[in-house]
Design a binder for this molecule. Structure first.
Ligand SMILES: Cc1cc2nc3c(=O)[nH]c(=O)nc-3n(C[C@H](O)[C@H](O)[C@H](O)COP(=O)(O)OP(=O)(O)OC[C@H]3O[C@@H](n4cnc5c(N)ncnc54)[C@H](O)[C@@H]3O)c2cc1C
Length: 475
């Protein structure tokens, strides 16, 4: 097992071969630049030490990626794929140094196919550019992580990014029809195609989705497009407490008879933090909890009837106020607040962890009261927001006064995780395991499952050079 983590060095020979393969303008050993590309959005003070790449590569094509991987295989150099570095799991951290491969130069939309309703993109395309291109053509790309203005589609696929529209349209994986990938040995292959059905062999496309860049490198993606709905309205329902807000979520679907395109949750502290961060009065700022319910329709009159019905239902189920955002500026205000919470926490605090727990919908209040009890014992602050429709809560556990906060938070996690498991929940709904959460995988997956992960990893990557040190612990 030890051999798996013994690597060659990036020396003059490796540098020379890489420069001649992909051009010296596409490699860098600049120390400052290497440090900038060796992190994601997990604060570096969460780790025992700094992890920095020896060098960076900026491939411009699939062929470049393949050539880099062939050289990496020859000299057994670890390669860490990197998108925009917005990840929340340390997935793009080069934990064994070596090469960080950035996709910022592979940023082209390659094809818009209006006969098959697909779009084919390189991995470095920013998510919101895909949405914009689809909308310009009266179509809709359903992937919608809150980081969509900066994250890359390659990173979204590697993490199976979720976001706001999962309840109606599914996560990133539901939008992916085909992937061109480069395997760790440098070979190039396509999984899937523009077809909507495919049971020919294993579903390799969906194995790639969420595999966190440990099995293969995504170099092209064919994504599904849907009809663009003409009108949408966002309701912000304000509640006195979390329990009442969450209890309403299944009723929207059951009594309301529809699936909204988003059902998002913000607790009292999240509302306060984001108001302070944005320095503005946001709707529902003084609520104990709030839900954002996004409704859409092609018929404005029908949409008005629907939002009136859901608004009344919200009040029947305990909302003391329902704001209707039906103009661009009112909608933007609500979504800016929701999408800025993660940033508010990381700007206002330096010692925190962002949990990405997911439980069955009815267990959300239970989850939040458990976190409250545990944090009270450890004198920690916490706040929750997230995708209520999916039971996926982003809980920020904050240790403003504590020097040994990494230890304290690790104690909190060891008390919390068994309880999450007993609620039928799991460790990550959409941010992934990466480096940050891998030590906790043993709480959530049994030995057989961990063993299968190892065997799948080695089937793709027998030399263990692609994004090593992620997802599971090997000893
Ligand atoms: C403010 C904020 C809001 C966020 N909101 C959401 C949200 O609503 N929903 C959500 O799911 N996430 C969210 N995230 C997390 C993050 O944006 C997503 O995980 C996103 O998909 C990461 O994309 P990236 O391009 O930044 O990838 P990176 O962080 O650069 O990399 C993520 C992982 O993908 C791998 N990878 C990157 N490119 C490739 C490739 N071409 N082939 C193979 N592997 C690759 C990397 O090795 C790494 O393991 C948020 C983050 C922030 C900071």
């Amino acid at each position: 097992m030890k051999n798996l983590f013994e690597y060659g060095r990036v020396d003059e020979i490796v540098l020379k071969e890489l420069a001649s393969a992909i051009g010296s303008n596409n490699i860098s050993t600049d120390k400052e630049k290497c440090a900038t590309y060796s992190c994601d959005e997990v604060p570096s003070n969460s780790y025992d030490k700094e992890y920095t790449a020896d060098m960076l590569v900026f491939p411009e094509s699939t062929e470049h990626v393949s050539l880099v991987m062939k050289i990496a295989t020859k000299y057994k150099i670890p390669v860490t794929p990197r998108g925009a570095g917005t990840g929340l799991s340390g997935g793009a951290l080069p934990v064994f140094s070596g090469i960080v491969m950035s996709f910022e130069k592979m940023n082209k939309i390659l094809e818009f196919d209006d006969k098959n309703l697909t779009i084919t993109v390189e991995p470095g395309v920013v998510t919101s550019e895909i949405s914009s291109m689809a909308a310009e053509n009266n179509l809709f790309y359903a992937g919608d992580p809150c980081s969509g203005d900066s994250s890359f589609i390659g990173g979204n696929i590697a993490e199976n990014a979720g976001g706001n529209k999962v309840i109606k349209y599914g996560a990133t994986g539901a939008q992916v029809l085909a992937l061109e990938v480069v395997l760790p040995d440098g070979s190039i292959t396509w999984f899937g195609g523009k077809r909507r059905k495919d049971v020919t062999g294993f579903n390799f496309v969906q194995l790639m989705v969420g595999s966190e860049g440990v099995l293969a490198i995504v170099t092209k993606a064919v994504l599904k497009l849907l009809p663009l709905t003409r009108y949408s309205v966002d309701l912000l329902a304000a509640y006195k407490d979390t329990e009442t807000a969450i209890a309403f979520v299944p009723q929207i679907i059951k009594e309301g008879g529809l699936i909204p395109s988003a059902i998002e949750f913000m607790d009292e502290k999240a509302l306060k933090l984001v108001g302070k961060y944005l320095n503005t009065e946001i709707p529902g700022a003084n609520a104990g909890a709030a839900l954002i319910i996004q409704l859409e329709d092609n018929d404005m009159e029908q949409l008005e009837k629907t939002y009136e019905k859901i608004g009344k239902l919200a009040q029947k189920h305990g909302a003391y106020e329902v704001y209707v955002a039906d103009t661009r500026s009112t909608k933007d205000r609500i979504w800016q607040a929701r999408k800025s919470i993660a940033e508010a926490v990381s700007t206002l605090y330096s010692k925190y962890t962002k949990e990405d727990l997911v439980v069955p919908m009815d267990m959300v209040p239970n989850l939040l009261s458990t976190i409250d009890e545990i944090c009270a014992c450890h004198k920690l602050e916490w706040s929750a927001y997230g995708h209520a429709g999916d039971g996926n809560m982003h809980c920020s556990i904050i240790a403003p006064e504590t020097d040994d906060w990494v230890e304290v938070i690790s104690k909190v996690q060891s008390e919390l995780y068994p309880k999450v498991l007993s609620m039928g929940g799991t460790l990550s709904g959409e941010h992934g395991i990466g480096f940050k959460r891998k030590a906790h995988m043993k709480f959530f997956m049994d030995e057989k499952q961990i063993e299968l992960i190892k065997r799948v990893k080695l089937a793709f990557d027998p030399n263990n050079i692609l994004n090593p040190g992620k997802m599971i612990e090997w000893d």
